[in-house]
Design a protein. Structure first.
Length: 238
């Protein structure tokens, strides 16, 4: 696996980013070729076209669309890692597939749980399903999705927990954090938030003060904790 240094342009924190490896239909491991030394960009607005990148398999020459590599910085910024474009020359036929149906990611850290098996996110429903899978992986029981989304905007319920999933292309705002906290308080449970586009500074600050775990979803379907309460939930469990 290729590793490149990445500096967050927001907080200037240095990271060692490891390229995710995906299985080509031919069976060979395939990874997006990163542009070493190129600065990352902060994702403030998502478009489906920008979230996918062409990758060519070195074994069979097949070209597929894979999720663009991203890094969730602890400061809350979601960074898009630059990728070298696929060369147009060659005889390999392009693939018409919109993306793989399932992308198993390598384990990145030792953990008593089995490896989390992500679900590629293409729709808002995929985002909710991914959050439900992740909560079950964390150890929550009886995770269910309400048949209809009420004014409370609660997407998932579990034993002792309610969760909201923000699948919009704008960072989750302060009001979302406070509404979730009030709903959790009224039902005497804990709350958790999942977002595709990250969080505003006000939302992160308020969530820290209210001990609301915040997670960012990338399109590979791997939630990442972005504040202290989320780190604690991942480490300790329910």
């Amino acid at each position: 696996m290729e590793s490149v240094p990445v500096r967050c342009p927001v907080c200037h924190r240095d990271h060692a980013y490891i390229t995710p490896v995906y299985p080509c239909p031919c069976g060979s491991p395939t990874a997006p070729p990163l542009m070493r030394g190129a600065p990352p960009t902060v994702i403030t607005h998502r478009t489906w076209n920008d979230d996918w990148v062409g990758v060519r398999c070195h074994s069979c020459g097949r070209r597929d669309q894979w999720p663009h590599p991203e890094l969730c910085c602890p400061c809350g910024a979601v960074l898009r890692i630059p990728v070298r474009p696929v060369a147009t020359r060659g005889t390999a036929p392009p693939s018409t597939a919109a993306g793989p149906s399932h992308i198993p990611l390598p384990r990145t850290a030792a953990h008593p749980r089995p490896s989390f098996r992500p679900l590629v996110i293409r729709t808002a429903r995929d985002a909710v399903n991914t959050a439900a899978l992740y909560l079950r992986w964390l150890g929550f029981s009886d995770v269910v999705q309400p048949e209809t989304r009420t004014d409370s905007r609660i997407d998932l319920r579990a034993a002792g927990l309610i969760a909201q999933v923000d699948a919009t292309t704008r960072p989750t705002a302060l009001r979302d954090v406070e509404c979730l906290w009030l709903n959790a308080l009224n039902t005497s449970v804990s709350g958790a938030l999942f977002s595709l586009a990250g969080y505003t500074d006000e939302a992160r600050s308020r969530a820290d003060g209210l001990a609301i775990p915040l997670f960012v979803l990338d399109l590979t379907g791997t939630p990442q904790p972005v504040n202290g309460p989320a780190d604690e939930l991942v480490s300790v469990g329910p």
